[in-house]
Ligand binder design. Structure first.
Ligand SMILES: *[C@@H]1O[C@H](CO)[C@@H](O)[C@H](O)[C@H]1NC(C)=O
Ligand SMILES: *[C@@H]1O[C@H](CO)[C@@H](O)[C@H](O)[C@H]1NC(C)=O
Ligand SMILES: *[C@@H]1O[C@H](CO)[C@@H](O)[C@H](O)[C@H]1NC(C)=O
Ligand SMILES: *[C@@H]1O[C@H](CO)[C@@H](O)[C@H](O)[C@H]1NC(C)=O
Ligand SMILES: *[C@@H]1O[C@H](CO)[C@@H](O)[C@H](O)[C@H]1NC(C)=O
Ligand SMILES: *[C@@H]1O[C@H](CO)[C@@H](O)[C@H](O)[C@H]1NC(C)=O
Ligand SMILES: *[C@@H]1O[C@H](CO)[C@@H](O)[C@H](O)[C@H]1NC(C)=O
Length: 332
């Protein structure tokens, strides 16, 4: 089943590809052998970690689609021991927390809204961006902006000094939010960002990250990883370029040298894409057995360890099994 995904995944070109640079992943010696350790796991099934941010002190912040909570997780520092986690804040008037992005030292923007599981069905108009200030003993939490036109806001990243870019997975667009004023407007739209037709889950543009004036994004149901060059106002100044395709990419991280690590939620691999576009399977079979539904990827402050969040395999049970959502680590 695993190899079928790879073969199917790389056999077709989507009609709107611009500058395709498709490559077959090399099944190098990392295939299936890279050790995966559990950092933290929730207690119940039907839980779903959606996004991660790592603080400069090494603690992990995790959002949850199944609950309007922001979790703080302290890794143990020893891969054979579990870390500990707790709810840092429960947001009112929402069912879920999604994107998270650091906007200032230890100040995070967090996206809340209503998304029902396991159908992943959003309530348009329910999405709110909050700021969570962790520089004080008691977190300072306040609303930054309501994004009334948002249909399914999910990924969020900082751009420049004072903007947040937010993916809208149902509308197929990227919103810009001015952090200083709280004003939001549409920044980007492209056919590559729309949900694919006739798919059970309407999720288009999903993960978003910025590197060297490009916005990198995944488009889940179109199975794309792509980028678009931006000016200082987050307006596109060139066409969308597809970097690779053929996996149900969820979210990803870009390390400082431009290497991307992408999760593939139901397919459950971790894909590495080097800056020049070479694609490699970074963690496969063993990863699949120990990780139920990879959703988001982050990296520790030393850039020596990847953290991967999971949806507890709600969407595609691994070997028919669900499990509580967890966070695992993989040494880089
Ligand atoms: C890590 O934890 C294991 C199991 O508790 C223990 O045997 C080992 O000594 C620890 N390693 C370090 C470096 O502390
Ligand atoms: C979102 O969910 C919360 C909690 O269930 C509910 O109180 C609120 O009315 C919902 N908002 C919308 C716009 O449906
Ligand atoms: C709940 O959220 C909705 C949608 O964002 C908003 O219109 C409403 O004012 C909120 N209600 C409360 C009590 O915060
Ligand atoms: C955000 O708003 C501030 C205050 O109006 C403005 O000075 C700044 O230029 C805006 N940022 C962008 C990128 O438009
Ligand atoms: C940036 O875009 C917003 C929304 O389109 C617009 O209101 C603003 O004037 C633009 N700012 C600059 C500096 O171009
Ligand atoms: C970039 O960093 C990754 C680790 O994230 C490493 O595997 C890779 O070799 C580095 N590439 C270059 C060109 O330095
Ligand atoms: C989660 O569900 C699986 C069946 O899919 C079951 O075997 C397991 O015991 C459940 N775990 C918990 C913690 O309830």
């Amino acid at each position: 089943m695993h190899l079928q995904f790879l073969v199917r995944g790389f056999c077709f070109l989507l009609p709107f590809l611009v500058q395709p640079s498709l490559a077959v992943p090399r099944l190098g010696k990392s295939y299936g052998s890279r050790p995966v350790s559990t950092v933290f796991q929730l207690e119940r099934n039907n839980t779903w970690f959606e996004n991660l941010a790592v603080r400069s002190n090494g603690n992990i912040l995790a959002t949850r689609i199944d609950s309007p909570e922001l979790w703080s997780i302290v890794p143990s520092g020893n891969s054979s021991q579990l870390g500990h986690g707790s709810c840092l804040f429960k947001f009112p008037n929402a069912t879920s927390t999604m994107g998270i992005a650091e906007i200032d030292h230890d100040v995070f923007a967090v996206l809340t809204g209503n998304v029902s599981l396991p159908s992943i069905y959003p309530t348009p108009g329910s999405f709110v961006v909050w700021t969570v200030d962790l520089t004080t003993t008691v977190p300072g939490v306040k609303v930054l902006a309501d994004i009334a036109g948002g249909q399914f806001l999910d990924g969020m990243t900082k751009f420049g000094d004072d903007l947040l870019l937010i993916s809208d997975a149902l509308k197929g667009v990227i919103w810009r939010l001015n952090i200083t004023t709280g004003e939001s407007s549409l920044a980007l739209s492209d056919p590559s960002m729309l949900p694919a037709a006739h798919q059970p889950v309407q999720v288009g543009v999903n993960g978003v990250k910025v590197w060297h004036n490009y916005l990198y994004f995944t488009s889940t149901s179109q199975e794309l990883f792509a980028r678009v060059p931006l000016n200082a106002n987050a307006t596109a100044v060139g066409p969308v370029e597809v970097i690779t395709s053929g996996f149900a990419f969820d979210d990803f991280i870009l390390t400082p040298n431009g290497t991307a690590y992408l999760s593939t939620n139901p397919e459950n691999e971790l894909i590495q894409v080097l800056p020049r576009g070479r694609v490699r399977l970074f963690a496969g079979y063993q990863f699949m057995l120990s990780v139920g539904g990879s959703t988001a990827v982050s990296v520790n402050p030393e850039h020596s360890m990847l953290y991967v969040a999971t949806s507890g395999a709600q969407f595609a049970p691994v070997l028919g099994r669900m499990e509580p959502a967890k966070i695992v680590s993989i040494r880089l």
